[in-house]
Write a protein that binds this ligand. Structure first.
Ligand code: ARG
Length: 476
């Protein structure tokens, strides 16, 4: 490029030559940050209006800029104007288009602004816009879990610790455990959005500006609660990217744990669930196969999310104040995690809703598995025996049963009384899984009435979070 053209670059004035082609290719980000076009224009419109209101530009100039920016937005939306990928980034691409439309006036838009405060603003606006979308998708998954839970209050299966049969639980209770994890993710999402909702615009390159702008006006116009109080922090801070990446990663991690269970449960060894054809694939070699690929991919993508979060934290840790170009690489990480997370949430919901639950297999897994041994110990405790002694007595009963090759449900009163005179007829009931589950009526327990209360509580929490998401999307 001849020198005249090099000087037309946003920052070309002091340069004699163009950057080397490979250096350009290495640093250009338009392919990635083009996704911020509407936030970039939104930010520019707010800035132009403020310049007009404060009299830094005259009203006609400000209106012309706003009008042209709206036109550009329309062109992009309609596909009437395609980005020029020679441009360095989205800010440059849009500014160049503005030049084509309004000529030299375009150069006034950047009054009291730098790309440093601009990109920090755009990224915040984008995340804020995506937040209700992510939140509602998560809420739909939570609702699907509640719906399933309501159908399976009386479906029993072994609850595990150390992957060993521990105590019977209802499928409802099990599914609700996953719901609470997702509920915390929703909270994290709302909290991240609130913490992030401050406006960097007006920080200039790093130290503020001598031009008498009104930062509160722009912050207000863009729906931020306040301008960021320190201009250096404003252009340097990307903690909010870490907050969001962490929140996204926790979502993926929770989906991965659900996926792992679905994978286990759909093996012939478990046989608890059959995933719908729509979310499984066959084998190119073995005709009988039905593989849980989608669940496996969700599990795998969660690892990529952890990688992206780790990359971001590592990138941030050594950065001196203020803006450094390394910060540009937040966007590929954010977008990649976001792009796998949203479909993963939807697919998890679809897999759960379309799965066939083999409730008989679940119930029969409890036969002879000794998972009601604790009930027998609690029975003795209720008769006044100290728990430690009761534990020992029941341990011996279990050992005898194993020797005789029977399960606890097959015990007779005679056998029980040989171990303790405290046993009576109702002890035979206590070892039945149905009875064991019914008995866990404590707050947070697996008894149907406790699960019902839990579901009501969850509904209230979800309603509140839905309300908070709505407020984020429509700030007052
Ligand atoms: N593309 C850059 C980014 O995303 C925009 C800011 C560039 N600022 C600069 N001084 N080079 O971070």
């Amino acid at each position: 490029m001849p020198k005249e053209q090099a000087n037309q670059r946003m920052w070309g004035g002091r340069f004699d030559k163009e950057p080397a082609p490979e250096a350009q290719a290495f640093s250009h980000s338009l392919f990635i940050d083009q996704r911020l076009w509407s936030q970039d224009i939104q930010g520019s419109i707010a800035h132009a209006r403020m310049l007009g209101i404060t009299g830094i530009l005259n009203q006609h100039e400000a209106n012309t800029l706003v009008q042209a920016l709206l036109e550009i937005a329309h062109e992009i939306q309609e596909g009437d104007w395609l980005f020029d990928y020679e441009a360095e980034d989205i800010h440059t691409a849009i500014e160049q288009r503005l030049y084509e439309k309004v000529g030299a006036l375009a150069g006034k838009l950047h009054t009291a602004r730098s790309r440093n405060d601009q990109v920090a603003t755009d990224t915040r606006l984008w995340l804020r816009e995506m937040t209700p979308k992510i939140g509602h998708t998560l809420i739909e998954l939570c609702e699907a879990l509640i719906e399933l839970a309501e159908q399976h209050m009386l479906t029993l299966l072994p609850g595990l610790t150390h992957q060993q049969h521990a105590q019977p639980v209802s499928l409802a209770h099990h599914l609700m455990a996953h719901l609470w994890a997702l509920g915390r993710d929703l909270e994290r999402l709302v909290q991240s959005a609130h913490r992030m909702n401050l406006c960097p615009l007006g920080a200039g390159a790093l130290s503020g500006t001598s031009i008498p702008i009104d930062r509160e006006l722009t912050a207000n116009e863009l729906g931020f609660s306040l301008p960021i109080p320190n201009s250096m922090d404003a252009v340097s801070d990307r903690d909010f990217v870490a907050d969001y990446l962490y929140t996204f990663t926790m979502i993926m991690l929770h989906l991965s744990r659900i996926a792992q269970e679905l994978i286990n449960w759909s093996t012939p060894e478990y046989g608890f669930v059959e995933l719908d054809d729509a979310y499984t694939t066959g084998s190119s070699l073995m005709p009988q196969k039905k593989n849980p690929d989608i669940a496996e991919l969700i599990r795998g993508r969660s690892a990529l999310a952890v990688g992206n979060l780790t990359a971001w934290l590592t990138l941030l840790k050594g950065l001196p104040l203020t803006y450094n170009r390394d910060l540009q690489d937040d966007k590929p990480l954010l977008f990649a995690t976001f792009d796998s997370m949203l479909p993963a949430i939807r697919l998890t919901r679809a897999m759960l809703q379309s799965a066939r639950w083999n409730t008989e297999r679940m119930r029969s897994a409890l036969v002879g598995d000794f998972s009601t041994a604790t009930e027998l110990a609690d029975y003795l405790v209720n008769k006044g025996l100290p728990f430690r002694e009761a534990h020992h007595v029941v341990g011996q009963i279990v050992r005898d049963c194993i020797q005789q090759g029977i399960g606890l449900e097959a015990l007779t009163l005679d056998i029980l009384r040989r171990h303790s005179p405290l046993f009576e007829e109702d002890a035979l009931q206590a070892v039945q899984p149905e009875q064991a589950v019914q008995a866990k009526r404590v707050l947070g327990g697996t008894a149907p009435e406790a699960v019902k209360a839990q579901i009501e509580h969850a509904r209230k929490v979800l309603n509140l979070l839905e309300h908070q998401l709505h407020e984020l999307a429509n700030p007052v």
